[in-house]
Design a protein around this ligand. Structure first.
Ligand code: FES
Length: 495
């Protein structure tokens, strides 16, 4: 074993000699957006003491990224000696949920788990009183295989699938173990929700159908396990991964439909989750249409030069001030990047100041704009944003068309997800991401976790009733998709 000191955390960890540094660091908020290819540089750490040997490839990558001799890329490093490294360690802000809801009491304890691509949240509930007894949060340990679903699928198809299933089951088992330690009884029921890819990983299903056209898996239904099958030392009666709606719309969205109640009202509502997949649901109690868009990565910082998750150090909001920009940084420290909400604000402000034209070209500002400290927004970042906002706008338009309704028919837009809670809705409409101003916006936070907790008080017949009314729409197969997408790349301010 070797010892690694992590500064400024003041933590010391012990790892097996020769093991990859990324295996140890993903737990500590270090992100691996390019999946360890050495191209993004975001896993950089500063070597303060000890040694990490570099090969030609590693040195070449460091030079290309302009990083000097004290830097290493964690994704290319092995732990051969004791060392101390400086990690820009910032605690990821993982959103839980404490929203009260109505329930019919049941006996015993239950656990709800939101298995996200980036984050994991689990809550232990007293099902008699509906009280939260304990909570655990963490990062998805699969992050070392890449931030986005495409990287994860690539890693799985390269032979890593069993390990990727194993580490996620182990991590969630540990989280539940910590919540239940010392209690007289184990949870009666454990319910997990997540996107379809996470469902396949957790359940150990074949990921090939989700990796190639037509991206259809036959295994979208609910999957039941006994704890022992997952390697968990619990006496729970059942562990259920709730059913997905479609290939890229999972049970996290099913839970969101339940949590928002959009399946119950007469009026039309829209649910947008700007997480990794950018899912949207539109409908009412009679019919619900859902789709996934390719919007997520930009809003999670993966393709933005100084993009990052909504963690400490991220510019989360930005507005025009008399002396330049007024910025808010998560954690109130120095800015070190920009997260999705800051990105949307920045584009809205640039548009408002006339520094960006309707085609997304920076006007008179060169190839990049400095926002604060080292944080810049480049012309390429703006193009990435345009792709993401066009994906959302086009998805909403196609779903409206299929339901034969217009913007004026949509009463409420529910914004789900951690990222959504930082959003300035004026900026959203100013960029044209939503081509209309709804009667009401509701920011709901982690609707996946909230819905999973509601599921603890019912059985699968509740979700069957939602699924019967819900259809998955493949946006790309709509004949108007290309034209609408190109049109939505332009900046047309909302009304
Ligand atoms: S350089 Fe991208 S993860 Fe290491």
């Amino acid at each position: 074993m070797v010892t690694i000191g992590l500064e400024p955390l003041g933590k010391t960890i012990r790892v097996r000699k020769g093991s990859p540094l990324k295996d140890a660091l993903h737990e500590y908020g270090v992100e691996f957006p390019c999946g360890g290819k050495g191209t993004c540089g975001k896993c950089r750490v500063r070597l303060l003491r000890g040694a990490i040997n570099t090969d030609d490839f590693h040195r070449k990558r460091l030079a290309e990224l302009g990083l000097g001799g004290e830097w290493r890329l964690a994704c290319l490093s092995l732990c051969h000696t004791d060392m101390v490294i400086g990690v820009d360690q910032y605690e990821t802000l993982i959103q839980a949920d404490e929203t009260p809801f109505e329930f019919v009491p049941r006996k015993g304890l239950g656990v709800a788990v939101d298995l996200g691509t980036t984050t994991l949240v689990a809550q232990l509930l007293d099902l008699q009183q509906g009280r939260i007894l304990a909570m655990e949060k963490g990062l998805n340990p699969q992050q070392k295989f890449g931030s986005d679903l495409i990287s994860r699928l690539e890693a799985a198809l390269s032979g890593n699938a069993p390990e990727m299933t194993g580490i996620i089951r182990k991590k969630i088992g540990e989280m539940i173990g910590r919540m239940t330690a010392g209690r007289k009884e184990d949870p009666e029921r454990i319910i997990l929700v997540g996107n379809t890819v996470m469902q396949h990983f957790f359940c150990g299903f074949d990921l090939k159908p989700l990796s190639f056209y037509p991206f259809e898996s036959p295994l979208l239904g609910a999957a039941r396990f006994l704890p022992v099958e997952l390697g968990w030392d619990l006496l729970s009666r059942e562990v259920v991964f709730y059913p997905s709606i479609g290939s890229f719309v999972g049970s996290d969205i099913l839970a969101g439909i339940q949590a928002t109640g959009i399946c119950e009202g007469e009026e039309y509502s829209l649910l947008i989750d700007l997480g990794t997949n950018g899912e949207i649901v539109l409908g009412n109690r009679s019919r619900l249409l859902c789709a996934s868009t390719a919007a997520g990565p930009a809003f999670e910082g993966a393709r933005i030069s100084m993009g990052m998750l909504a963690t400490t150090g991220a510019i989360s909001s930005l507005e025009s001030g008399p002396a330049g920009w007024n910025i808010k940084v998560i954690g109130n420290g120095s800015p070190r990047g920009i997260c999705g909400s800051g990105l949307i604000d920045a584009v809205a402000v640039l548009l408002g100041r006339g520094l960006l034209d309707e085609y997304g070209q920076l006007v008179g500002a060169g190839e990049q704009v400095t926002l604060a400290g080292p944080v810049v927004l480049t012309q390429k970042d703006i193009q990435e944003f345009q792709l993401a906002k066009a994906a959302i706008a086009t998805g909403v338009e196609i779903l409206m068309k299929k339901l034969s309704i217009g913007p004026g028919d949509i009463a409420t837009v529910h914004i789900a997800g951690a990222f959504g809670s930082y959003l300035n809705m004026d900026s959203v409409t100013a960029t044209g991401m939503l081509g209309f101003t709804p009667v009401a916006f509701r920011k709901l936070g982690n609707t996946a976790l909230m819905g999973a907790k509601m599921f603890l008080f019912s059985d699968l017949s509740l979700t069957d009733a939602i699924l019967e009314r819900t259809s998955h729409v493949n946006l790309e197969s709509d004949p108007s998709f290309q034209d609408l997408f190109v049109e939505n790349m332009r900046f047309r301010p909302g009304p």
